[in-house]
Each structure stands twice: as structure tokens, then as C-alpha cells.
Design a protein around this ligand. Structure first.
Ligand code: SF4
Ligand code: SF4
Length: 555
């Protein structure tokens, strides 16, 4: 069963060295130390492509760490990565740019009466930098004997006629912009394996290809949000006043002002970072209707709010980035129609790639790690029959409580998508009594409406990309393509005014000689907003050569 040292063949191939993929690799080694496990990742180094809030429930990370090192709590790394523990849940409604109203008593009441909104509390969770957490897990995986290969971009998964995977094809290296082979050209190799673990994060390229090739189905389209995050170095006094145990989740200003509009789901966040650092972010449901809207402008307005401003005024921007979050929840989990498995045969889909984000908690990191643990156990249970792995993985997801948690939040985001935040949130309290609403994919939501209350603030996208430290080889083929340029000119320009130019956080799209084009692909931060939000579904994002993109270190 266990493969030899053939470089193009391994027993278990994990695509994506994020928390889900690394948890699977670490747990596998803890269960069976002689199994060959290879993890590939497109990022230049561990944690570089991982961005999240992030609040982390302790259960699964503790289980994973306990499995490999009973002394982990005493290590310097654990004391640093897990230094911030939530002691002050701060949930606010911001009716305007000056006022705040605490929602905490209502949420506490909901918890008391066991209503689903009670899940919004975060007390005793960790607040982490997911980049740092990933780098730590990466070290543990390598120490356990896992081969983690950074700078390896995978562009395709090869599937046989029965829907089982046989290999993963890496991206060709050394092509010029037109696709001609250069002197350093290297064709992308195929890595074969017995088991495939797809843990690429949100909207993973291979995960989505596998879902299509193997005929997996979602009950409802995946819904997304866009998260923009900035890390500020602030004064000691500001940090002490904020405290290292506080997490702020704020609804309202500037994206949702009930009745008078605008009317978008999401809100601002403030989390503690390392000493004297505070993260500020804006998360906006990608079903926004406003064709001139840029989530970065909403973040600027959030930072101008009286409550937020006092903690970051005079601070220095230390890092910035963006990513999508899969929010469709239970109804958007991709499953095999025959077996109901989250994957098929020898392929398992994990974490954000499967959509294991609980939007009531605004958290998915715990389920990413938890799903990695279940995938490892499923592989060990299926050594005699690799095609049983996806079914076993799904049984374990049900047994361990991840599926029950996802089900408990099934109707929250869907109700908001169907009725808007004002009606959808209270309706969702009925939870399991509600039917599954029909919701449209995010790209269909755009209208000819303007975000009039908060016109553009000219967010500095150049500084943003510099702070994300993103880079790509200028001469390689663009990893972004517009499928039909006539749609841009004939339909999108007169109707919506080319929104990709506005909403791409990195300023990748421009009008050149009257045509819209991804003129600056080297600025891309791999957030995939353009693929999800182009109102004509006219953009495709693929992986560039390995080792490129953002270089997040503390996101
Ligand atoms: Fe519009 Fe999409 Fe074309 Fe951009 S790529 S101009 S959003 S149709
Ligand atoms: Fe994100 Fe697309 Fe812009 Fe890249 S080009 S930064 S994926 S919106």
C-alpha cells in the first residue's frame, strides 16, 4: 500500500498547505508514521496565501496538537501563535458613522434560550494570525516526516471513467506571455497517488474541477463574501485600551442602514494581533447589488467610524490582503449524488473548499482543521480499498459533529440572501423549520444601482498590493482571462460601467484602448473576487506559476 520513493508517486497527495491540508497530513503521520504524504502548495512559503480573521475554536486544534506532542502548550511557538484568548465579545450595531449599540445582551439571551444566534459568541476562543498558525503547522508536518512542497501550482486533477482520481497535473513553467516555450521551459509533471485530499481553500481550482468532472452536486449555489483585512501597528496605549482579549463584530455602518439603505450583508471586524497590533477588516456578502461598489471603500468608511478610529488613529499599516469566504453553508456542500459523500472514491474535499464555514459563528477554521483530522482517519480506515475513503470521510464528518454544526446554521445565510439582512436575520431564527430558499449565484445579483450614500473614497490600491507583497513573473501568461470581450463592451459597459475595474482590490483590470483587460495580473492577490462577481460570469482565474502571489506573514 505504501508507495516507495518515486518522486511522481505518493500514497497520499494533499493539495493545499493550509490548516485543513496540514491537519490531514499531521494526523496521518500521527496515526501511521510510515505512510508517504506529500503536500503541494502554490505559495512561495508556508502561510503566505492564508488570510482570515481569525477566531479559532479550540476543540480541533487541541485534538490535533495533543496527537503529536503532549507538551505543546509549553512551547514558545504555542505561546506566541495562541497568545490571544477572547475574554471580551464585543458585538455591535453601528447605525451611523458615530454611534454604536451593543447587541451582546440580545445574543446572550439567544444563547440562554438555545436559539441559533447564541452561536455568535466567541468567549474562550483563540484569536490567531492564520498565516502564523499555518507556518507553525507546516513545521510540525515536516517534523513528522511529511514532504511539504511550496511553489508547486496544480492546474488539473486527472479522473478516470469511474470518477476516481489518478493524478494531479502541475502548471507548466517557463512560458512567455503568448504561451511560447522559453529556454527554461519545464512541462508540469503529473503526481500520482492512491488518495487525494483537496484542501485549497475557498473556490479551489482543483476542487471545482473535480466537482464538475466527478458529477458532484450542491443543493444550492455556493455564496461568497469578500473580506478585506488590514493590520495596524498602534500605540501601546491604544492596544491596552483595546485589550488582547477583545473581538469586535459590527453590523451596520457603512454597508447596511436598514430601510434607508444601502442594504448589504456583512460588517466590520476588529481583532487583536501581536502586541501593539490591531487588525481591522470588512466582510461584504458578494451578492451586493451596487455596480460602483468597492469593499475597500467600505473598509475606509468603517475605519472612519468614531469607535474604530480611536484605536488606529496615528497607527501604521503593516500588512493588507483580501480573500473570499464561502458562506453558502450546508446547502452548498458538494456531494456525490449516489453516496452523498463530500468527495468521491479516493478524493476528499476539506475545509473552505467544501464550504465548512458556519456563518452564525462567522468561523470555519475549526472545521477546516477538524475535517483534516477526519480525512486522515478515513484514509487509514481505507488502506485496503482507496475508493472507500470519501464515504468513510463523510461518515466521520457526521459522527464528529461537523455536519451537525453545519446543519444547525443551514438557514441563516440563505435567509439573508433571500430576504436581505433586515428580514432575513430575524426569519432565520426559525432555523430548521424553514424551507431551503432558492438563491441566485452572487454574480447574478448586480443591478444598475449606485452605492449613493457612500461614494468612492479612492482607496489606495497601490499601497494595498505593496502591503500584500504580491508578485508574479511579468513575462508569464496571464492567469486571468476574460472569456468574451464583446460582452464587456456591448453589455457590461452600458449597463454596469465595468465593475471589475472598481471591485478588484488590486487594480488588475483597466480599460486600454476602450477594451477591458486584466492589464496588471502581476498585482493579483488571488482573492478570486473577479471570478465570482463579474455580473456576466465572464472571468476565469487559474493558477499562475508556483511561488507567486501574495506573501502574507501576519494575516
Ligand atoms: Fe464587466 Fe466582467 Fe467584462 Fe469586467 S470582465 S467589464 S465585470 S463583463
Ligand atoms: Fe482578486 Fe481577481 Fe483582482 Fe486577482 S484579479 S486580486 S483574483 S479580483
Amino acid at each position: 500500500m505504501i508507495s516507495g520513493n518515486d518522486l511522481n508517486r505518493t500514497s497520499v497527495l494533499v493539495v493545499g498547505a493550509g490548516p485543513a491540508g496540514l491537519a490531514a497530513a499531521i494526523q496521518l503521520k500521527a496515526l501511521k508514521s510510515n505512510v508517504d504524504v506529500v503536500v503541494i502548495d502554490k505559495a512561495p512559503a508556508a502561510g503566505n496565501h492564508n488570510l482570515s480573521g481569525a477566531v479559532l475554536e479550540p476543540r480541533w486544534i487541541h485534538e490535533l496538537l495533543d496527537a503529536i506532542d503532549s507538551e505543546w502548550r509549553e512551547t514558545d511557538r504555542a505561546k506566541k501563535v495562541l497568545q490571544n484568548v477572547v475574554s471580551h465579545d464585543d458585538i455591535k450595531f453601528m447605525p451611523c458613522g458615530k454611534m454604536t449599540v451593543s447587541m451582546l445582551p440580545i445574543i446572550k439571551l439567544a444563547k440562554l434560550f438555545r436559539l441559533n444566534f447564541g452561536q455568535m459568541l466567541h468567549t474562550d476562543d483563540y484569536v490567531v494570525s492564520i498565516s502564523e498558525l499555518t507556518a507553525w503547522l507546516n513545521e510540525m508536518a515536516e517534523k513528522a516526516g511529511v514532504e511539504v512542497l511550496h511553489g508547486f501550482s496544480a492546474e488539473d486533477i486527472i479522473v478516470d471513467e469511474n470518477g476516481a482520481a489518478t493524478g494531479v497535473k502541475l502548471v507548466d513553467q517557463g512560458l512567455d506571455r503568448e504561451g511560447n516555450k522559453q529556454q527554461n521551459y519545464q512541462p508540469g509533471e503529473v503526481i500520482e497517488a492512491d488518495f487525494f485530499v483537496l484542501a485549497e481553500g475557498c473556490c479551489g481550482l482543483l476542487s471545482e474541477k473535480f466537482i464538475e468532472k466527478a458529477g458532484l452536486k450542491r443543493q444550492s449555489p455556493q455564496l461568497y463574501s469578500v473580506g478585506i483585512k488590514e493590520l495596524f501597528s498602534v500605540s501601546e496605549q491604544q492596544f491596552e485600551e483595546f485589550t488582547s482579549g477583545r473581538v469586535v463584530h459590527a453590523m451596520g455602518w457603512p454597508i447596511w442602514r436598514p430601510v434607508i439603505g444601502p442594504n448589504m450583508f456583512g460588517g466590520g471586524i476588529m481583532y487583536p494581533g501581536d502586541k501593539n497590533h490591531i487588525c481591522v477588516g470588512m466582510i461584504v456578502g458578494a451578492d451586493w447589488k451596487y455596480c460602483d461598489f468597492n469593499p475597500q471603500d467600505a473598509l475606509t468608511r468603517f475605519k472612519e467610524h468614531k469607535f474604530v478610529q480611536k484605536f488606529i488613529e496615528g497607527g501604521t499599516l503593516a500588512e493588507a490582503g483580501a480573500k473570499m469566504i464561502p458562506e453558502g453553508g450546508w446547502y452548498a456542500i458538494p456531494r456525490d449524488p449516489q453516496s452523498n459523500a463530500v468527495g468521491k472514491h479516493n478524493v476528499m474535499i476539506l475545509g473552505d473548499s467544501a464550504g465548512f464555514v458556519n456563518m452564525l459563528k462567522i468561523k470555519g477554521l475549526h472545521n477546516a482543521i477538524g475535517s483534516g483530522i477526519q480525512a486522515a482517519e478515513a484514509i487509514v480506515d481505507s488502506f485496503d480499498n482507496s475508493n472507500a475513503a470519501a464515504g468513510r470521510y463523510t461518515e466521520l464528518l457526521e459522527k464528529c459533529g461537523i455536519m451537525a454544526e453545519m446543519h444547525s446554521a443551514a438557514n441563516f445565510r440563505h435567509s439573508v440572501a433571500r430576504f436581505g439582512p433586515l428580514v432575513g436575520m430575524p426569519v432565520s431564527v426559525l432555523g430548521g423549520l424553514l424551507p431551503r430558499w432558492n438563491v441566485e449565484p452572487d454574480f447574478e445579483a448586480m443591478q444598475q444601482r449606485k452605492y449613493v450614500l457612500n461614494p468612492g473614497t479612492d482607496y489606495d490600491k497601490d499601497t494595498f498590493t505593496a502591503m500584500a507583497q504580491t508578485m508574479h513573473r511579468e513575462e508569464e501568461p496571464s492567469h486571468l482571462s476574460i472569456l468574451d470581450e464583446s460582452i464587456c463592451l456591448d453589455k457590461c459597459t452600458p449597463t454596469f460601467g465595468r465593475p471589475c475595474i472598481t471591485f478588484c482590490p488590486a487594480g488588475v483590470y483597466e480599460t486600454i484602448q476602450d477594451e477591458v483587460t486584466p492589464a496588471n495580473p502581476s498585482n493579483c492577490v488571488h482573492c478570486k473576487t473577479c471570478q465570482i462577481k463579474c455580473p456576466y460570469d465572464n472571468i476565469r482565474w487559474t493558477v499562475p506559476e508556483g511561488g507567486e502571489g501574495p506573501r502574507y506573514g501576519r494575516m
